[in-house]
Design a protein around this ligand. Structure first.
Ligand SMILES: NC(=O)c1ccc[n+]([C@@H]2O[C@H](COP(=O)([O-])OP(=O)(O)OC[C@H]3O[C@@H](n4cnc5c(N)ncnc54)[C@H](OP(=O)(O)O)[C@@H]3O)[C@@H](O)[C@H]2O)c1
Length: 385
């Protein structure tokens, strides 16, 4: 573990029971300065994660470095596209860090909130929400001003059926946002999909690699970056483009996809034989600490964890689950891989070891933990999603 380890004193109220009849996407921990004080020791990761309450706690546990960083934030943080897989825990992580820092940060989460449970979950944790379709400029106008923005809007899956919507979501929305907030610092989430596949031995694409991927979604993601950079150059907007590869938690992600196949006795496809992934809590912690990386013209940063072999991970799951994995296909010598040296040299590496995530995921699958049923399709090699 890193030097970030220390015992944290945190004021958080915990509710152990989920409301009957409602499936909550994440835990029921409510930041509340008046609630009982509990001790969180960030150096002690659990052996197992038993339920979504524990999972929500783990995903929103701020690092000491984040707590320090959040002291320098302005009064308001605006998160755009907050209704998806990462936004809810990102918002609550920021709130918990601010409670611990005594910083009284207002966290505003804007999204269409197609899933109304995400909105309820956020509001019950003192996050202000704004239902907003960011394709609509008027809707964007009504959002509160903010000098610190995290941009999570994206559209990937369904591109093959409706490529026009993918291009609109990934190009028009960035343009609207950049025009609406020219003076802000913006951390804009991008993806490692902007790179073509690279040789497995290369250690992954670095940020100066040519952005020449295959497929409509990856190219729309390149366009998302280019539009942010255009407005950054035009208006002097300070922007950091964060090229993320595979955030994982226990209800979605590439590790879960592999674990479920091993558990079900289904073949694990080896064609894309390697990948990078990062614990979602670490990804969100690093994203929140990335405001000093914003610049004009926009800068780009790879964010992910170590390079892993699909075969090794499947075998590791096989051991913990007591089932020998079945494989199909043959490892290709190229894969979607990123090199994160640049980001790690500024912000430090992610802190959650892959072995712990594998163990938690295996237990989650074996014990029938709820999954989001949003497969990553990490096997895809033709860019069609
Ligand atoms: N999760 C990963 O492993 C991963 C990997 C690589 C890159 N990324 C990037 O990181 C970002 C966040 O990831 P994520 O997994 O949280 O993505 P996600 O689950 O797709 O969430 C993005 C959210 O943006 C919102 N959105 C889309 N169009 C919108 C619009 N017109 N107006 C307002 N909100 C809109 C949607 O929520 P509503 O329906 O509620 O509006 C959607 O759930 C994405 O941009 C993605 O490209 C993520």
């Amino acid at each position: 573990m890193s030097s970030e380890n220390s015992s944290l004193s945190l004021s958080i109220a915990f509710t152990d029971e989920l409301s009957p009849g409602i499936e909550y996407p994440i835990s029921q921990c409510v930041p509340d300065p008046l609630a009982k004080t509990i001790r969180l020791d960030s150096s002690t990761l659990p052996d197992r994660v038993q339920n979504e309450t524990e999972l929500g706690d783990l995903l929103t546990r701020p690092s000491p470095r984040l707590i320090e960083t959040i002291k320098g934030f302005p009064k308001r943080l605006l998160i755009l596209g907050a209704g998806g897989k990462m936004g809810p825990t990102l918002a609550v992580l920021a709130k918990r860090a601010s409670v611990l820092a005594g910083a009284d940060l207002e966290v505003v989460a804007a999204s269409r909130f197609s899933d109304s449970r995400a909105r309820q979950w956020l509001e019950s944790r003192e996050i202000r929400t704004c239902a907003s379709d960011l394709l609509d400029r008027r809707s964007l106008e009504s959002l509160p001003d903010s000098t610190h923005i995290i941009y999570l809007v994206g559209l990937k899956f369904g591109t093959t059926d409706n490529p026009a919507l993918t291009w609109a979501a990934n190009t028009l929305v960035p343009a609207h946002v950049a025009e609406r907030f020219p003076k802000a610092r913006i951390i804009a989430l991008s993806t490692g999909n902007v790179y073509p596949f690279v040789p497995v031995e290369s250690g992954g694409a670095t940020e100066d690699h040519a952005l020449t991927p295959v497929g409509e979604y990856p190219n729309a993601a390149v366009a998302r970056e280019r539009i942010f950079d255009y407005f950054s150059r035009e208006n002097g907007t300070q922007i950091a483009l964060i090229r993320l590869n595979y955030a994982v938690e226990l209800r979605y992600g590439v590790l879960l996809d592999i674990a479920r196949k091993v558990w079900a006795g289904q073949p694990v496809d080896l064609a894309t034989g390697c990948f990078n992934c990062i614990w979602q809590g670490d990804a969100n912690d690093l994203i929140l600490r990335a405001f000093p990386l914003t610049s004009s013209p926009a800068s780009s940063w790879n964010l992910t964890g170590p390079c892993l072999r699909v075969r090794d991970i499947a075998l590791q799951f096989g051991e913990v689950l007591g089932r020998a994995p079945v494989f199909s296909g043959k490892e290709s010598n190229t894969a979607l891989l990123s090199n994160t040296e640049k980001l790690c040299s500024h912000l430090g590496p992610p802190s959650t070891p892959i072995d712990d995530i594998v163990r938690w995921t295996a237990h989650w699958v074996k014990s029938g933990g709820r999954c989001l049923d949003k497969p990553t399709h990490f096997e895809v090699r033709d860019g069609q999603y």
